[in-house]
Design a protein around this ligand. Structure first.
Ligand code: NDP
Length: 252
């Protein structure tokens, strides 16, 4: 086990699959104690077991991104059991693309509530320990997971792309607030990554777009993004890699 994140206390949301799962495992391998957030408790328990078998430290919090009291309670438990959180990977998200004329308003509201409001709730829950960790002279990182979609135009992905544009802009503005206090704020914008994300789309035209994109290029793996996040968090304290877009080589 290397130790570039030794003594760090990390929160990873959306840790039950995909990018969050790979990131939690990577951060734990680098020495961080990790608090695993998502709804599916069985998946989190299984990941925690794997991390412990690899010599790491993990604690499970089965909390919905919409559950404000649940998030506040988790933050209290972490402060008592793991210590001061100095690394937050704000990753939980859903992608439910569809044309507006198909009237998937429930899906659109779900994306806004999880991708934007859920991310804001996590910042609210952990901003105090991040500032406290930085004030003590240590590294402190908020890493928000946006998407390449924040910067582009993709037919039928309007609401998803809008949620991710919000995360990118939230991150840049949060830097103005927290950077002077020595809290680094980074936004990571992945292109297509092979995870469970695409499987939740119910709209046929969206599914077709995803199937075509899968045929057209080699997608990123969740581990590719986990490596990026660990790199960002492992930089010297005075270096803030503020915005990283990681795409499959063939994706344009
Ligand atoms: P996955 O579907 O594999 O993971 C999504 C995670 O979010 C799961 O752990 C899920 O856990 C969690 N989640 C979803 N809804 C909620 C909720 N209501 N409350 C708490 N947790 C929730 O997808 P990815 O790993 O691909 O996605 C991770 C992030 O990366 C997302 O923000 C996504 O937008 C972004 N991204 C992904 C790309 C890709 O191509 N895969 C590209 C660009 C960005 P559970 O269901 O157990 O609650």
């Amino acid at each position: 086990q290397s130790s570039s994140l030794k003594d760090r206390v990390a929160v990873v949301t959306g840790a039950s699959s995909g990018i969050g799962e790979a990131t939690a495992r990577k951060l734990a391998r680098e020495g961080a104690a990790v608090a695993l957030f998502a709804r599916r408790k069985d998946r989190l328990e299984s990941l925690a077991k794997t991390i412990r078998e690899e010599g790491g430290h993990a604690r499970v919090f089965a909390v919905d991104a919409k559950d404000r009291p649940g998030l506040a309670e988790a933050a209290r438990v972490i402060a008592g059991e793991l210590g001061v959180v100095d690394l937050v990977v704000n990753n939980a998200g859903v992608m439910l693309p569809a044309p507006f004329e198909a009237h998937h308003l429930d899906d659109f509201e779900q994306m806004i509530d999880v991708n934007i409001t859920g991310a804001v709730r996590i910042v609210d829950a952990f901003v105090d320990p991040l500032v406290a960790a930085a004030a003590k002279g240590g590294r402190a990182d908020l890493v928000n997971i946006s998407s390449m979609g924040a910067n582009g135009v993709y037919t039928n992905f309007a609401v998803y792309c809008a949620t991710k544009a919000a995360i990118t802009h939230l991150s840049r503005n949060l830097r103005a607030e927290l950077g002077p206090k020595y809290v680094r704020v980074a936004v990571v914008e992945p292109g297509l990554v092979e995870t469970e994300l695409q499987g939740h789309a119910t709209d046929a035209s969206a599914q077709e777009w995803i199937a075509q994109a899968r045929k057209a290029m080699t997608w990123l793996k969740a581990d590719d993004i986990a490596e990026t996040i660990a790199y960002v968090a492992g930089l010297p304290r005075h270096v803030n890699l503020e915005r990283v877009t990681v795409v499959p080589t063939q994706q344009v």
